[in-house]
Design a protein around this ligand. Structure first.
Ligand code: SF4
Length: 204
């Protein structure tokens, strides 16, 4: 494996090999790289401990990629936090050099660095995505907490290009809001329901 300059480091909050729990690739094996640092600050965030990047360990990308290779994974999901607050190009480059598929999960509120095989963009109203990122997204995943969030979903979908469209209930209200989402999808069939499968079966 080609070595990189040790200054190519990222704040690693945690990494683990599991299954993608939501969206288009739900149920597929993937190695998760969760980076620290987020400036979006959603009220429903279930990863608040990642917001401050100083609470993560600054880790060389070579070590991060070594962990993926040791796990035997073929697909990596880079998530956060909000990973695009960092320069992801060195990490992507090394993942690609090792023939690993690179998937990104982002709110899209910063310019996206690096080459990605799949971009899942989950837009947040309090820090909206850049138009350039909506154009690049392969998958739009909108979190629905109130029925009014469906308008936000449509506003973002209108700015995408050949993108799969998912609606996902905000977990704390999923029992109450899911029937609204199902009714909406039955009338607007371009949308697909995303269920947080990992929370039902108790995996990371
Ligand atoms: S963008 Fe993600 S990590 Fe950041 S606050 Fe929102 S849900 Fe949490």
């Amino acid at each position: 494996m080609e070595s990189l300059n040790q200054t190519d480091s990222l704040p690693l909050y945690e990494s683990f090999y599991s299954l993608q729990g939501e969206g288009c690739h739900s149920g597929k094996a993937a190695f998760f790289i969760r980076l620290g640092g987020c400036d979006v600050c959603c009220d429903f965030c279930d990863s608040k401990s990642t917001w401050n990047a100083k609470r993560s360990s600054l880790t060389p990308v070579s070590e991060i990629v070594d962990n993926v290779l040791q796990a035997g994974a073929d697909t990596v999901i880079v998530t956060g936090g909000e990973p695009t607050v960092h320069n992801l190009e060195p990490l992507c480059r090394l993942l690609k050099e090792n023939n690993l598929a690179c998937f990104l999960e982002t709110s899209g509120n910063h310019h996206i660095t690096g080459e990605w095989d799949w971009i899942c963009l989950s837009p947040k109203l309090n820090s909206p995505p850049l138009a350039e990122n909506l154009q690049r997204a392969n998958e739009l995943k909108v979190i629905i907490k109130h029925p009014a969030d469906l308008e936000w979903a449509e506003e973002n979908a209108a700015l995408t290009d050949a993108c799969l469209l998912f609606l996902q209930a905000e977990w704390s209200v999923h029992e109450k809001i899911t029937p609204y989402i199902i009714d909406y999808i039955k009338q607007n069939t371009q949308w697909i329901l995303s269920v947080q499968m990992h929370k039902y079966i108790g995996i990371e």
